[in-house]
Design a protein around this ligand. Structure first.
Ligand SMILES: Nc1nc2c(ncn2[C@@H]2O[C@H](COP(=O)(O)OP(=O)(O)OP(=O)(O)O)[C@@H](O)[C@H]2O)c(=O)[nH]1
Ligand SMILES: [Mg+2]
Length: 299
C-alpha cells in the first residue's frame, strides 16, 4: 500500500456503560471480529486495541470495559483499563444504547464531555428505535458539547461508514503507529482465551458467567494442519463447576465445540481443544489469580 502525504492518524477510545455495544462497534469498524460480544454486562475486561489502516489514514481504536462501580479487584482492574485508555488519545467515542438511555449514561456522557479531545457521541442500536424517538434523543444530547452526534446500528452496520468518515475528519496529521497489516496488539493466546470465555458467557446462566476466567495452558502443533490447545476454565464455586460441565459433560462439550469452530476460523488450522474446569474461590479478588489470567496493568 502506498502511503499518502499528508497522512492522518490517531488513537480513539470507545467508552460507555456495560452492554451498550462497544465491542460490536469495534468489530464493525474493523470488519473483523477481535473483541468478544455477549448480551451480559461486563463482557469486556481488558483494553483491546484494533487498527484500521488505509493509504490516507490509520485509526487506532481502544475498546474498553463498560463503566460501572467495581465490586471486586477484577472490577477495579477493568476501571483502571478505562482510565488508562483515556490517556494520550486523539479522539473519544462515547457510546450509549438508544433503546435505554439511563441517568448513568447521561452522567458518563457529561463527564466525558470534559475531555479536551475531539468527541463523538454514538447512539447505538437504532435498529430497535423508532425515528421520532431517535430525533428527540439526539436533541437531548445536543447541549453537551460533543463535536458530532452519530446514530448507528453496530449490529446491522447502519451508519457505521458515516461514523468512520466522521472520525477520519477529526484525525490530526500523524505517523503510521502500527505496521499497515496490524489488526490488534493482542496475542493469539489472548484471543483464544477470550473466544472460550465468550462461548461460556453465551451458554451459561445467571451468576456463573461473571466468575469465569480462562487460561490457555499451552498449544502445540500435532501435525501440519492440526494444533492442540489446552485450556482451563476457572469458576468460583463447586456448584458452578457442575453447571459448566453439565449433564455427562454436555455443557462443556457445547462450549468446546463452539470455541473450537471460532478458533479454527481465526487460526486457519484444525484444532483439538481440550478444556478443564477448576474452582478457584474468589479469584476475582486474588492478585495472583488475576495475574495468571492476564488481568495485569499494561505499562
Ligand atoms: N439490536 C442491536 N443489538 C446490538 C447492537 N450492538 C450491540 N448489540 C447487542 O448488545 C449486546 C452487547 O454488545 P457488546 O458489544 O458486548 O457490548 P459492550 O458495550 O462491549 O459490553 P461490555 O463489554 O459488557 O461493556 C450484544 O447482545 C450485542 O449483540 C445494535 O446495534 N443493535
Ligand atoms: Mg465489550
Amino acid at each position: 500500500m502506498q502511503k499518502q502525504t499528508p497522512f492522518h492518524s490517531g488513537f480513539i477510545a470507545i467508552i460507555g456503560r456495560p452492554n451498550v455495544g462497544k465491542s460490536t462497534l469495534l468489530n464493525a469498524l474493523l470488519g473483523e471480529k477481535i473483541a468478544i460480544v455477549s448480551n451480559r454486562p461486563q463482557t469486556t475486561r481488558n483494553r483491546i486495541l484494533g487498527v484500521c489502516t488505509t493509504e490516507n489514514n490509520q485509526l487506532v481504536f481502544l475498546d474498553t470495559p463498560g463503566v460501572h462501580t467495581p465490586r471486586t479487584q477484577l472490577g477495579e482492574y477493568m476501571m483502571q483499563a478505562v482510565r488508562d485508555s483515556l490517556q494520550g488519545i486523539d479522539g473519544l467515542m462515547v457510546v450509549v444504547d438508544a433503546t435505554q438511555v439511563t441517568k448513568p449514561d447521561r452522567d458518563l456522557a457529561a463527564d466525558m464531555a470534559q475531555h479536551k479531545v475531539k468527541k463523538t457521541l454514538v447512539l447505538n442500536k437504532i435498529d430497535l428505535v423508532p425515528k421520532e424517538k431517535l430525533l428527540a434523543l439526539l436533541q437531548s444530547f445536543s447541549e453537551l458539547g460533543y463535536d458530532e452526534l452519530v446514530p448507528i446500528s453496530a449490529l446491522t452496520g447502519d451508519g457505521v461508514e458515516e461514523l468512520r468518515a466522521t472520525l477520519i475528519r477529526m484525525l490530526p496529521e500523524g505517523p503510521l503507529y502500527f505496521p499497515e497489516d496490524t489488526l490488534t496488539d493482542r496475542s493469539e493466546r489472548f484471543l483464544y482465551a477470550e473466544i472460550i470465555r465468550e462461548k461460556a458467557l453465551r451458554n451459561l446462566m445467571e451468576e456463573v458467567p461473571h466468575g469465569i476466567g480462562v487460561e490457555i495452558l499451552g498449544q502445540h502443533k500435532v501435525s501440519d494442519g492440526l494444533t492442540e490447545i489446552d485450556a482451563t476454565i476457572y469458576c468460583e464455586r463447586e456448584a458452578h463447576k457442575g453447571i459448566i460441565i453439565g449433564k455427562q459433560g454436555s455443557m462443556l462439550r457445547r462450549i468446546g465445540t463452539e470455541a473450537r469452530e471460532d478458533i479454527e476460523m481465526l487460526s486457519g488450522t484444525h484444532i483439538n481443544l481440550k478444556l478443564w474446569v477448576k474452582v478457584r474461590e474468589d479469584w476475582r479478588n486474588n492478585r495472583d489469580d488475576l495475574q495468571t489470567l492476564g488481568y495485569v496493568r499494561e505499562r
